[in-house]
Design a protein around this ligand. Structure first.
Ligand code: 2NL
Length: 333
């Protein structure tokens, strides 16, 4: 009897191990554990055993054989289900790579785009790019530019002062001209530079003003530089940046640091004139402040707003929109 149970148990486990379909596992379940199964038949024979001890031993063995078969069936059923699922997933797999959208990439802010295009155009015209500090001395920002202490442009209204050193002597630069003063002090002419950068004015933000904005200035110092060189450079810049269907003009104006001074406008293909910036021949006092002899050298300078160029180019209605950091705005360009 004991041998019969062991043999039935081994045969059951071998058969379960060999099953390759869940149907076969179901059939074995009935065959082995069912009422008419091998183990049930052995159970029926327990009563024919002679002693209680024999019956108990055979009974325990039969129970453990039944449990082993039952657990082997469950394990085999799981294995087969898993394999079937894996096979189905593999056969139904679709490679959607070519339909997926490309990764979302960011891009430069429209002010940075305008800044870099302006640099490209002026580099193409033979200029070098100069940079300098955003926190300046009042000498570099005003005095060297022919604006003494009493000059209206130095009034509290549009200058942001920094609480550093002697009161009123340290400012956030209100234009990038101090970069050019530093360039004149650092190098001998000829000088052909542009200075793009962030500048600061004490202004309440509105559609056309921001207290922090961006400017690009240009400075040329060489022998026999005249107003004609200035007009020619502005015109060359206009066609290179806006296209050959644009042209430029100068109108008389006033700046403390240039003499004569002019505003420059560009004409769009539709014939409208658009004011772009200011320019002029560098004032002799400014040349002297930069350590340059006005008897030997002359030069011109110009300046205009980068943000305004970006605003016009992309038809943005309100400057403030460009600096809220709203991704829905930035994404459009
Ligand atoms: C404007 C006008 C201008 C300059 C900037 C300059 C710099 C030096 C010497 C002389 Cl170091 N001039 N810069 C000259 C004329 C006009 O900017 O309306 N900017 C937004």
């Amino acid at each position: 009897m004991i041998d019969d149970i062991s043999a039935a148990r081994d045969a059951a486990l071998t058969a379960i191990e060999a099953a390759t379909t869940t149907e076969r596992v179901d059939a074995l379940d009935t065959e082995l554990l069912g009422k008419r199964g091998d183990l049930a038949r052995l159970k029926a024979r327990l009563g024919s055993l002679a002693t209680i001890d024999e019956r108990r031993r055979a009974g325990q063995l039969l129970n453990s054989a039944t449990e082993a078969a039952s657990s082997a069936l469950a394990t085999r059923r799981d294995e087969l289900r898993r394999a079937a699922l894996d096979a189905r997933v593999a056969s139904e797999r679709l490679d959607l790579t070519e339909f997926a959208s490309p990764p979302q990439r960011g891009h430069e802010h429209i002010v940075t785009q305008a800044w870099e295009r302006l640099e490209d155009v002026f580099i193409g015209l033979g200029f070098q790019v100069a940079e300098g500090p955003e926190v300046e001395t009042d000498w570099h920002n005003f005095e060297a530019l022919n604006m003494p202490i009493s000059h209206p442009a130095r009034s509290d209204w549009d200058t942001l002062f920094v609480d550093h050193g002697e009161p009123g002597r340290t400012v956030l630069r209100t234009h990038t001209s101090p970069v050019q003063i530093r360039a004149m002090l650092a190098a001998e002419p000829p000088i052909y530079i542009i200075s793009p950068g962030r500048v600061f004015r004490r202004d309440t933000p509105d559609a056309t003003h921001m207290p922090v904005f961006h400017q690009i200035e240009g400075l040329v110092i060489d022998r026999d530089i005249s107003m004609a060189d200035l007009a020619g450079t502005i015109e060359a810049f206009t066609t290179a940046f806006f296209g050959t269907d644009f042209t430029s003009r100068l109108r008389p104006s006033y700046f403390p640091f240039t003499e004569p001074s002019a505003e420059f406008d560009i004409r769009t293909p539709s014939g409208d004139w658009l004011e772009l910036g200011g320019c002029g021949m560098v004032h002799p006092n400014v040349l002297r402040a930069g350590g340059i002899d006005p008897e030997q050298w002359s030069g011109f300078a110009f300046g205009f707003g980068i943000d305004r160029m970006a605003k016009e180019r992309h038809a943005v209605g309100d400057l403030r929109e460009m600096f809220t950091g709203d991704i829905r705005f930035a994404e459009q360009f």
